[in-house]
Design a protein around this ligand. Structure first.
Ligand SMILES: *Cc1c(COP(=O)(O)O)cnc(C)c1O
Length: 396
């Protein structure tokens, strides 16, 4: 796909038109193909398709035209050689690791991870004979030490969920590549429009498309972006034969989500910035974290690798769990939810929901206390959202 000058179109154009293919009916919008399979004009055609001699759709577990449009749009946006969609973000995370690693391999990961990512690394992979070591993602010495033992892959999230810890992606990628380890990054919090991990040296980028890519609370989805070689040698066979495929309807919804992705993320970032600057130092808060605010301990690094601070804030209520619950219950615009990246502003208590599974010690190790609240900033009026938080803080 090119623009009038024959160049690759800009981000804004790709988000609307990237990957668009039309049927002979010349429809404006992307078509949904709710079909499980495809038919062949002859037995020989079927044979050629299965032998790989012709490239065509065979079965929707392998590929589907609507899903392919979504994959191509995200691939162009990310600047990757290949993209494969999955049924959810966790399917993408698991496939990115399980398709590549085998019994006896070792993976090094930053400790500050989304709850389910943590379970995959510390419980599920070890059960398959894959050793995983967790490090403080902000400490390059710890990465370097951990990578002294033969390591097949590193996995990290930046900013992390929910503590908004920033990992120096370029520095970790360099250390990992010296150790010949594959670098996999969960880029959900940064979104495809704020951070470009492949340019920072990552090899594989995974998304929960459920978050900002849909961004309107409708469907689950995920994606893995990488080199063609990684897809051909590892990911594609794993996905084809284990089956976590994205549904055509979800792909269509996500295509529509991508059309407004930049507009939504920019608007949420602006409001998140406003909230961070107005709430910083509030007497009812013992801490506030937002990568776009100078008070964040890694603000400079965040701004070097992300173009904006993101759509999520983490605050700590100056009080115990009861006081924190009073704050959450007093919010009237923010909904209490475990989701994020939505047009509706959402407030989460990670210790009792998304990160409950980690246990008290596991949470303490990544700085998730009973008074932490994650605020995912949506698209409502910025001043009204600020008033909502201020008024709820008043009732702590
Ligand atoms: C939500 C989330 C996931 C999982 O995505 P699902 O679509 O819910 O499966 C993975 N990583 C991060 C950082 C997330 O926030």
């Amino acid at each position: 796909m090119t623009n009038a000058n024959g160049d690759q179109p800009s981000e804004a154009t790709l988000l609307i038109r990237g990957g668009l293919t039309r049927t002979p009916f010349d429809e404006t919008a992307e078509a949904i193909f709710p079909t499980s399979g495809y038919v062949y004009g002859s037995a020989a055609e079927a044979e050629a398709a299965f032998a790989g001699d012709t490239k065509r759709f065979i079965y929707s577990r392998y590929g589907n035209p609507t899903v392919a449009m979504f994959e191509e749009r995200l691939r162009l946006l990310e600047g990757a050689e290949a993209c494969m969609a999955t049924a959810s973000g966790m399917a993408a995370v698991f496939a990115s690791l399980a398709s590549y690693l085998k019994c006896g391999d070792r993976v090094v990961a930053s400790r500050a991870l989304f709850g389910s990512c943590s379970v995959v690394l510390t419980e599920i992979l070890p059960r398959l004979g894959i050793e995983s070591q967790l490090v403080d993602g902000t400490d390059l010495d710890q990465w370097s030490d951990a990578l002294k033992k033969p390591t097949s892959a590193v996995f990290l999230e930046s900013p992390s969920n929910p503590g908004l810890q920033i990992v120096d992606v370029a520095a970790v990628a360099e250390l990992a590549h010296e150790a010949e380890a594959l670098v996999i990054i969960d880029n959900v919090f940064a979104t495809p429009v704020l951070q470009r991990p492949l340019e920072l040296g990552a090899d594989v980028v995974v998304y929960s498309a459920t978050k900002h890519i849909d961004g309107q609370g409708r469907v689950l989805g995920g994606a893995v972006l990488s080199s063609q070689k990684y897809v051909d040698d590892h990911l594609m066979p794993f996905l084809r034969h284990t089956g976590p495929s994205m549904s055509p309807f979800n792909a269509w919804t996500l295509l529509k989500g991508m059309e407004t992705l930049r507009l939504r993320v920019d608007a949420s970032c602006a409001t998140a910035n406003l909230l961070a600057s107005k709430l910083d130092g509030h007497t009812k808060l013992s801490s506030l974290r937002y990568p776009g605010h100078p008070s964040h301990p890694q603000h400079e690094l965040a701004m070097a690798q992300m173009s904006k601070g993101g759509t999520v804030l983490a605050v700590e209520i100056d009080g115990d769990k009861d006081a924190t619950f009073r704050f959450l219950d007093a919010l009237s615009l923010f909904d209490i939810s475990n989701n994020l990246g939505d047009s509706k502003s959402l407030a989460t208590h990670p210790a009792t929901t998304t990160h409950r599974r980690l246990g008290v010690d596991g949470r303490a190790a990544v700085g998730i206390g009973e008074s932490m609240v994650r605020l995912s900033i949506g698209l409502e009026d910025a001043e009204e959202l600020l008033e909502d938080v201020l008024s709820a803080l008043g009732q702590v």
